[in-house]
Design a protein around this ligand. Structure first.
Ligand code: G3P
Ligand code: MG
Length: 237
């Protein structure tokens, strides 16, 4: 079972920062997840929320901010003052940091309805970094996944179930040629897991943060867990 460092090693460092990705690598993470947004002037940035309120003590929405302003926001101090040098990372900076053997789970928080052209920009960057094979593009926004698939036949797609029904998800996943069904812990019961496996999909579960839960999902046969503590990977080097 793959342990995917959720927002980096976000139990140890501020989520979705270069510090959290560095920490994940130091801890031997084999895969990393992060969330992607777009600034007003079209920079792909890595953050979880639509605005910087929680992680940057700044009320502004990313989609209304120019990169020039967004890049100045301290996104580390909220976690611990010793991370006060952390700034909002761009997607290309994150790719530059992650070595080629690390699998990447890039979650688009919104598609073009909110961030015009985000799918194409993300794909362009991933291709420029020769990272198509090691990246799964996932989203709760299934329209975004359809755009991704329309733009690239080879892109790897992860389907976040969200509020969808399993029935609808499987219909869409077939058209999308999705690779994984990504479920919350509550959604990931034995029946959903089996139904996905029977159809040839991997099952990835978020967010699993204790050894007990890790072992439970391993026994249920899930293929990967998103985890804030990469040290829970028993197979790490
Ligand atoms: O991609 C798995 C997980 O990250 C989805 O939820 O809110 O942590 O982005 P969230
Ligand atoms: Mg995420």
């Amino acid at each position: 079972m793959l342990v995917i460092a959720h927002r980096g090693a976000s139990g140890h460092a501020p989520e979705n920062t270069l510090a959290s990705f560095r920490r994940a690598l130091e801890m031997g993470a084999r895969a990393v997840e992060f969330d992607v947004h777009l600034t007003l002037d079209g920079e792909l940035v890595v953050a979880h929320d639509d605005d910087l309120r929680r992680c940057g003590r700044d009320r502004r929405s990313l989609r209304r901010l120019l990169w020039e302003d967004a890049r100045r926001v301290d996104v580390g101090s909220w976690f611990n003052p010793r991370f006060s040098a952390e700034r909002l990372p761009r997607l290309d900076q994150v790719y530059d940091l992650l070595p080629p053997e690390v699998e990447v789970h890039a979650e688009l928080k919104h598609g073009s309805a909110v961030y015009p052209g985000i799918e194409e920009r993300a794909l362009d960057l991933i291709r420029r970094r020769s990272a198509l094979r090691r990246t799964l593009i996932s989203s709760f926004d299934h329209a975004a996944l359809r755009v991704v698939r329309g733009l690239d036949e080879t892109a790897r797609v992860g389907y976040l179930l969200g509020l969808s029904t399993l029935e609808k998800a499987f219909r869409e996943m077939k058209t999308l040629r999705a690779e994984s069904l990504n479920l919350s812990r509550r959604q990931a019961g034995p029946r959903a897991i089996k139904a996905a496996h029977d159809r040839g999909y991997k099952v990835l579960v978020y967010t699993v943060n204790t050894p007990l839960e890790r072992d439970r999902f391993a026994r249920l046969g899930v293929d990967g867990i998103f985890c804030n503590y990469p040290e829970l990977d028993l197979w790490r080097s």
